[in-house]
Design a protein around this ligand. Structure first.
Ligand code: MTE
Length: 325
């Protein structure tokens, strides 16, 4: 674990912040350790995780800062944003993606766009990136586990792509699928989720200008562990809605089956808007810890409705957000 924890009592218990399946897997692992069944080398590796953390790929990506999407908040240090990740295809520990994602081959890369569209197409990365001018936007990202970051992302509104492929009148939802390749992604051998990782949005959510098709962060191309070469960033929703390393975007009549909803429907809804008034069944969503900034003894921040993006509220007018969580 890369984040220094001065007191084990100042942070939530693993059982509070970890999906049930993983929590149980970890308990088994701990039990094995107690039996002395885990090799010494694995223990050494765990103790030296920080040494393995992979630096960002480093290639610069030119983008103009969009002042309309700026925040007067301290940016999360790049080291934290690139070494404290969730990308289960590369392992379930926060440090696993930075250690393991170097095996992901991000070029050549294509994204297949299909389903209820007049112009289905397969775009290579360069063509995709040229669909609209790249912008830098500073967004808050709030993870369902109770932590948050503030990151300068580089990309453009997904609506640019949607307009290009001309959805039919039947297109009510958009589905995003992550690459699932055992050869490149060691985490796929574990059955923690039903692979591939799938996420989805309602069409009006996908068209909202905040929904960012993302190619970079901190002025550089996305590091593999952050979802290279292309991912979504949806700042008003819990982080898991922002699918990484996307290979397919499908337009659908029906609501797609999303990976976390399939895995634990009572815990992870389709909408998953950040909402301090709707607790996760196993923990409160009222507060959050800002990674890299707040000390463990520091009072947590209050979580804001829609993560502080009230402009999306009209998308949900008249909906009971306790039911449609
Ligand atoms: N996308 C894929 N394919 N696999 C994942 O495990 N994790 C999600 C989301 N996208 C995930 C994913 C979760 S839970 C979060 S909080 C964010 O990615 C984390 O993004 P970051 O690591 O860039 O902060």
């Amino acid at each position: 674990m890369l984040i220094k924890r001065s007191s084990p009592h100042a942070v939530p218990l693993a059982s509070e912040i970890t999906p049930q399946a993983i929590y149980e897997e970890r308990r088994k692992f701990i039990a094995k350790m107690a039996l002395g069944a885990v090799a010494g080398s694995a223990l050494w590796e765990m103790a030296n995780r920080e040494a393995f953390a992979q630096a960002p790929a480093g290639a610069k990506i030119a983008a103009k800062r969009n002042a309309a999407y700026s925040l007067a908040e301290t940016l999360t240090p790049v080291k934290d944003a690139t070494t404290y990740n969730n990308f289960y295809e590369f392992g379930t520990d926060k440090s696993d993606p930075a250690e393991n994602a170097h095996t992901l081959k991000t070029r050549p890369w294509t994204v297949q766009i299909e389903g209820e569209v007049k112009k289905p197409m397969t775009l290579d990365l360069d063509s995709l990136m040229k669909l609209a001018p790249l912008e830098e936007r500073i967004y808050r990202l709030r993870c369902v586990e109770g932590w948050s970051m503030v990151i300068p992302w580089v990309g453009f509104s997904l609506s640019n792509l949607i307009k290009k492929v001309e959805p039919t009148g039947n297109a009510k939802y958009v589905e995003f699928t992550t690459l699932a390749d055992k050869a490149q992604m060691p985490g796929i051998r574990s059955r923690v989720l039903d692979w591939p990782y799938v996420e989805g949005l309602r069409m009006d959510e996908a068209m909202h200008p905040l929904a960012l098709l993302t190619f970079g962060m901190y002025g550089q191309v996305l590091p593999n562990q952050n979802g290279a070469p292309v991912r979504m960033v949806l700042p008003w929703k819990y982080g898991f809605k922002s699918a990484k390393s996307i290979v397919k975007i499908r337009f659908l009549k029906e609501q797609p089956k999303t990976a976390w909803n399939v895995s634990a429907p009572q815990e992870y809804g389709f909408y998953s808007n950040v909402n301090p008034n709707v607790d996760h069944p196993r923990w409160s969503q009222g507060t959050e810890r800002r990674i890299g900034e707040d000390g463990f003894f520091k009072k947590k921040r209050e979580t804001l409705m829609f993560n502080g993006y009230p402009e999306v509220a009209s998308l949900y007018a008249g909906m009971d957000l306790k039911k449609f969580f």
